[in-house]
Design a protein around this ligand. Structure first.
Ligand code: ADP
Length: 254
């Protein structure tokens, strides 16, 4: 239930595969590490990857008298996770839903989860701006503090699509906290040198052009995926990495 939530952070991207779920999970893990009580809600109905990234596949959610009970990452219940992925019997199952059904599932996820008191609810959304986003926006009106974090990769095609997200946020009145450029070069785990594989700086230029804050560049770093699978965050485990710097600074802005 959203009245149990102090602040909502919506993670949005124009395209799939740019690292939106990776950013959502690192953000949630970092907030938990900083002592906050956090919920992570994955409403990417057609590609729910949060259970996979956090190594929670096979867990079941159940319903209590208060509502859906999230899957907790830790015994102190400081990070609860809910994803449609928990309702599928196998990762290969597909979710075939028409608009109204999608809307009703998302409404249930927003209204009927027993989060208890949360400092932050991080919502991992599907790519683009679709029925799911409109439903979320309509339901978030009751949360006084809600903002969006946009994720892109440096390539021009991804940047073009993130412009649409900016327009969507402006039309629906959701404040944009800023833009993260993900997979921005490859950071060598041995010498920490960063090699720009794709173009570079596109995210920062777009942020300047659209007058939104640029929240930093996260490099390609295979260690980040491995950490999330163990419920660990880069800020604690890789303190000298660029990824740690971005997420460490991001949570101080909240
Ligand atoms: P999206 O949610 O936008 O579809 P994901 O977060 O699922 O994207 O990321 C897609 C793939 O890229 C995943 O396999 C993920 O582990 C990987 N990935 C994302 N960001 C990074 C990164 N910064 N470094 C290394 N791998 C990454």
């Amino acid at each position: 239930m959203l009245d149990q939530v102090k602040r909502v952070l919506l993670v949005l991207s124009g395209k799939g595969g740019v690292g939106k779920s990776t950013v959502s999970t690192q953000l949630a893990l970092t907030l938990k590490e900083r002592g906050y009580k956090v919920g992570l809600l994955d409403i990417d109905l057609c590609g729910p990857s949060v259970p996979y990234i956090l190594n929670l596949e096979g867990h079941d959610v159940h319903q209590s008298a208060e509502g859906w009970v999230p899957v907790y990452m830790d015994s102190e219940q400081r990070l609860g996770v809910l994803s449609i992925g928990f309702l599928l019997t196998s990762r290969n199952d597909s979710v075939v839903l028409r608009g109204p059904k999608k809307t009703s599932i998302i409404k249930q996820f927003l209204e009927d989860v027993y989060w208890q008191e949360l400092d932050f609810l991080v919502i991992d959304t599907p790519p683009g701006t679709s029925d799911e986003h409109i439903t979320v926006m309509e339901n978030l009106r009751q949360v006084p503090q809600c903002s969006a974090i946009l994720v892109t990769t440096p390539q021009e095609v991804a940047i073009e699509d993130v412009r649409k997200e900016i327009t969507f946020c402006r039309k629906t009145g959701i404040p944009i906290m800023g833009l993260i450029e993900n997979m921005s070069g490859y950071e060598c785990p041995n010498c920490s040198e960063c090699t720009n594989i794709f173009s570079t700086g596109g995210g920062q230029s777009l942020a300047e052009y659209a007058k939104i804050p640029f929240l930093g560049s996260v490099p390609i770093d295979p260690r980040v995926g491995r950490l999330a699978g163990q419920g660990l965050c880069a800020v604690k485990e890789l303190p000298d990495s660029k990824t740690s710097k971005v997420f460490g600074e991001l949570v101080t802005l909240l």
